[in-house]
Design a binder for this molecule. Structure first.
Ligand code: UD1
Ligand code: CA
Length: 472
């Protein structure tokens, strides 16, 4: 196992392809109701790092070039069927156990004779590297028919135990409920993930019965059945037990989120990102960040964010669906919403919200502004408190600000409206019609001064107050 620097690059994906000796397919079990989640949403659709748990697995499968993937669902899980497309689904009509669930995919996999991975849909942290390790073990010289992923949890609790043979192979998997006291002492547990020779999988499953403590058809029984037929079984031990962490409850979902965030931060820092306080930075699975990016404390990244090189994101920014070019400075306390596109060297300062807007090279929006449905031309300066009034309660309209324009503080730009190149808008203006290039537009009451008014006023009011006091 080499270093694991940047697992999601295209080159790495090609490496996996080259390492796979034969074709591989995958069956992902997701028919469980996930009752402990107390949710109307199928368990595997709950999100980790802003992506459904099952999608993390499907991504890893595409990295190892799974030729065919079938997700086993329960009747009525239409939302799940839509979410996993284009992966195929098979319906397990009744939840009769993990072995029974795999059989639901039989029709789709019948003619497949390569390696078959069987995965559980609720293990979002499982990596493509580990899947590849299992396929590599499957194609070893000893030709094991079944390779099982093992791990040593701090508390083996109710996990199935792996019984190993004198020759180092795997003899059987015993479910906790069915295990003897001596077997329960075994620390090596079944993570639930298997790589199986496709020539044998369904024949082995046909022999699985349900004579056990749960009355279920256990996938795990195929190990003993394979041994009975003189086939070898092996164990691959997970390098990091966190990878096989299963999610059954909201608390475990939070634990998986924490583990995934740690992984994503680590990957970003390995790629050349500085984080002042990494544990307060929240990333999405698809967040893309370049080199020499500095991220301050308490920054949140939603989905669909791309940050180029040499960007500084100061504390307390919320960034979602935005594209940021190099040399940009954001925050503190800035919010970029979907469709915000900042070109090179743009400055976006505190308490600025930008939505569906193109901010062109070198433009500045530094304080207390809302910019929505707009274009801000190169080098334009948008003053403090400028608001694009983009919505009239019915339609969203565009604001277009030209190159080198200067928008005075506290300007309301009532869209649709255009400010020409090089134009200036006086502070406090409400701009309702287009401003010509290089013009000055001022739209507010003209200032009027009355000499001596204030001192006369003070004198009169003081006299009135004094008179009121003597009356008392
Ligand atoms: C299973 C393993 C156990 C292992 C543990 C690891 C078996 C018999 N036991 O136990 O050895 O240590 O996982 O977490 O395999 N599912 C279906 N249809 C079914 C039953 C389950 O699709 O009829 C799916 C579930 O949605 C879930 C997965 O299979 O994604 C695992 O099922 P679960 O009941 O959680 O198995 P465990 O009892 O945890
Ligand atoms: Ca489980």
């Amino acid at each position: 196992r080499g270093s694991r620097s940047r697992p999601s690059t295209i080159e790495t994906e090609r490496d996996f392809g080259a390492m796979t000796t034969g074709a591989c397919a995958a069956i992902v079990l997701a028919a469980g109701m996930g009752r402990r989640m107390k949710s109307d949403l199928p368990k595997v659709l709950h999100r980790v790092a802003n992506r459904p748990m099952i999608s993390h697995l499907l991504d890893a499968l595409s990295a190892i070039s799974s030729e065919r993937t079938v997700v086993v669902v329960a009747p009525g899980m239409t939302q799940l069927v839509d979410a996993v497309a284009p992966a195929d689904t098979a319906v397990q009509t009744e939840a009769l156990g993990t072995g029974h669930a795999v059989l639901a995919a039989r029709d789709q996999m019948q003619d497949f004779t390569g390696d078959m991975l069987v995965l559980f849909g609720d293990t979002p942290l499982l990596t493509a590297e580990t899947m590849q390790d299992m396929l590599t073990a499957r194609s070893a010289a000893e030709n094991p028919a079944v390779v099982v992923l093992g791990f040593r949890p701090d508390d083996p609790a109710e996990y199935g135990r792996l019984v190993t043979a004198a020759d180092g192979g795997l003899e059987a998997i015993v479910e906790f409920k069915d295990a003897s006291a001596a077997q329960r002492e075994i620390g090596l547990c079944n993570a639930g993930i298997m790589a199986i020779d496709g020539n044998h999988l369904f024949a082995l499953l046909d022999s699985v019965g349900n004579d056990n403590a749960n009355g279920e058809y256990y996938l795990t029984d195929i190990v003993e059945l394979a041994r009975d037929r003189g086939l070898r079984c092996d164990v691959v031990e997970a390098a990091d037990p966190v990878e096989v962490m299963g999610v059954n409850s909201r608390a475990q979902l939070a634990a998986a989120e924490a583990a995934m965030q740690a992984r994503l931060r680590d990957r970003a820092m390995t790629g050349g990102v500085t984080m002042t306080d990494p544990e307060t930075v929240w990333l999405s699975a698809d967040t893309k960040i370049g080199r020499d990016v500095i991220i301050g404390p308490n920054v949140f990244f939603g989905t669909g964010v791309t940050i180029a090189d040499n960007v500084e994101i100061k504390a307390f920014c919320h960034i979602d669906g935005a594209e940021v070019a190099s040399g940009v400075s954001i925050g503190p306390f800035a919010r970029l919403r979907p469709g915000a596109k900042l070109e090179r060297n743009v400055h976006v300062g505190n308490f600025v919200e930008i939505k569906q807007a193109l901010v062109e090279e070198g433009a500045k929006v530094n304080h207390l502004s809302y910019v929505g449905d707009a274009r801000i031309g190169p080098r334009a300066n948008v003053g403090a408190g400028t608001i694009t009034c983009n919505y009239d309660g019915f339609f969203k309209e565009l604001t277009d600000i030209g190159a080198d324009a200067f928008i005075g503080s506290n300007t309301a730009l009532v869209a649709p409206v255009k400010v020409g190149d090089g134009a200036t808008v006086g502070a406090g203006s409400v701009i309702t019609s287009d401003v010509e290039a290089d013009a000055l537009a001022v739209a507010r009451g003209r200032q009027k001064s009355i000499a001596g008014w204030a001192s006369t006023f003070r004198k009169r009011r003081k006299a009135e107050k004094d008179a009121a006091k003597t009356k008392e």
